[in-house]
Design a protein around this ligand. Sequence first.
Ligand SMILES: *Cc1c(COP(=O)(O)O)cnc(C)c1O
Length: 354
Amino acid sequence: MKKHNFSAGPCILPQEVLQKASEAVLNFNNDNLSLLEISHRSKPFVDVMENARSLALELLGLEGKGYKALFLQGGASTQFLMVALNMLEKRAGYLNTGTWSDKAIKEAKIYDDIYEVASSKDANFNYIPKGYDIPTDYDYFHCTSNNTIFGTQMKAFPNSPIPMVCDMSSDIFSRELDFSKFDLIYAGAQKNMGPAGTTLVVVKEDVLGKVSRKIPSMMDYKIHINKSSMFNTPPVFAVYVSMLTMQWLKNLGGIPAIEKENDKKARLIYSEIDLNPLFKGFATKGDRSNMNATFTLANEDLKETFETMVKEAGINGLNGHRSVGGYRASMYNAMPLESVGVLVDVMSELERKA
Ligand SMILES: *Cc1c(COP(=O)(O)O)cnc(C)c1O
């Protein structure tokens, strides 16, 4: 039986997507060739890329609004510097909500001045700062919608007076938002969209072309847009599987439908964390992530018993990140409610035993 996979990333993908992906590796499009051995310039693959790009805009409700979708390489980590190269002329404002924001800040600092508009470092990033000001004369404001490691999530976004850039790597396509508030969104595929190897970038074209520096071709969004995300050989498998996952999501009813499921999963795990005296939640209540629930044992003596029970229940990937410790239940789009139920049963069983 397949395990209940709570891995934070790479992570769970829909079973039917994995099935179709494995078929395409052997015989893609009934052409008796593998998806992995055909030209990326062939019509079948060009169709995959175009379909993936339009599905991304469609799911986010950004069709016909001046946005372009790209599937690039180098992970979200490359976007940390690519955003700065393409948009940072004098100064940018960053909201620091954890490890990934911190890394984005570090990379942008290579190119120019960065101002931290607010930070939750003082409490090991267990909350989302609020009530900060975004200076009107900066080039852009950058934030991280979901903090995968700490288990916090921005529930509201500021009305930014300057272009707003958001790292949505770990909650893209998981909840309804007014995505037109953002001028650039990026997300590594391996958290909620597909296998590692590609990064979705959705950018409003009119924010580009405003910096004076020379941008290397591979780092230039405009070049990738002009070449329809095929400036060089794209990561064909990662794009194909991302396309299948977006298709799967669309067939389910898109973001509004999956958001309801994600809400149910989050309510189930957090009510157990709150009611069971053996566990303590890490993130501050109003800022808890619907994707990654972080928690610890109140009594470390129960560690071995709990972890044995977890293993026996067929649960995988529950260990917390080393900077938080404890446990992290990642419940991305493809995770069924039943798997969260299995984890919650183990937690309440521990309470009965202890
Ligand atoms: C995982 C993650 C990253 C890093 O992504 P890579 O694709 O490994 O570079 C960046 N930001 C967030 C929010 C993440 O969860």
